[in-house]
Ligand binder design. Structure first.
Ligand code: ZN
Length: 220
């Protein structure tokens, strides 16, 4: 368990994995939002087809069709730049948690009405990619929701605009080495883990020793 945790921490500290996830998820949401903004009437029709919102006043449907694509674009840009990253990941995950069950319900309604086998049901779900096989769409959306969870849980702010702006501060909010929140660490620039004194070249050190041999008296 200790090994798993330290591997996860090292992956988080490097910031590379979450950067790739941010770029992918952010790029996808910018693209999906832009394709809806380019065809507002088509998207309004899609929102209509879900029958989730009241028909009258028409204001609800129109406002949703107008607002939602921009929310996607703003969240996507925030993820790419790395500003308000967790808020953007939460919003993206929240949207996926609303869209995905809605798509499932619509597919189930089609199956009930037309008797189409579930695996063969396809329609334009309104995501911006046209007509799709619905079970693959549900799978993809679940994967995207997991990726938004990765961004939400990642602690490192490396490769983000937030971290870049943080460099101008006299006291860092994010550790200058690993990008984790500094919190109440003793050092003004490093988190409590990174502000530990540099390990001296000491093969007997139980934590930093270069040797892979377990300590001879390791007790569980
Ligand atoms: Zn650190």
């Amino acid at each position: 368990m200790v090994t798993n945790r330290s591997i996860l921490r090292r992956v988080d500290e490097s910031g590379v994995f979450v950067l790739l996830v941010r770029l992918f998820l952010g790029g996808l949401f910018v693209w999906m939002g832009m394709s809806k903004i380019a065809h507002p009437d088509a998207f309004l029709k899609q929102v209509h087809l879900y029958e989730m919102l009241p028909e009258s006043p028409a204001y609800f449907l129109n406002a949703t069709a107008l607002f939602l694509p921009w929310l996607e674009v703003v969240c996507g840009v925030a993820l790419i730049l790395g500003i308000a990253t967790r808020g953007a990941a939460l919003a993206v995950g929240g949207m996926l948690c609303v869209f995905t069950p809605a798509i499932l319900l619509r597919a189930l309604a089609i199956r009930a009405a037309e008797g189409t086998p579930f695996m063969e049901i396809s329609f334009d779900c309104g995501c911006g990619s046209g007509v799709v096989i619905i079970w693959t769409k549900l799978l993809k959306n679940s994967g995207l929701a997991l990726l938004s969870l990765v961004v939400l849980l990642a602690r490192s702010r490396r490769f983000t605009l937030a971290m870049l702006l943080d460099r101008r501060r006299a006291v860092a909010r994010y550790c200058r080495r690993c990008g984790f929140p500094v919190g109440s660490a003793s050092s003004p620039f490093f988190c409590s883990s990174c502000s530990k004194p540099e390990p001296v070249a000491d093969a007997t050190s139980p934590v930093y020793g270069a040797s892979n041999q377990p300590a001879p008296d390791a007790s569980l």
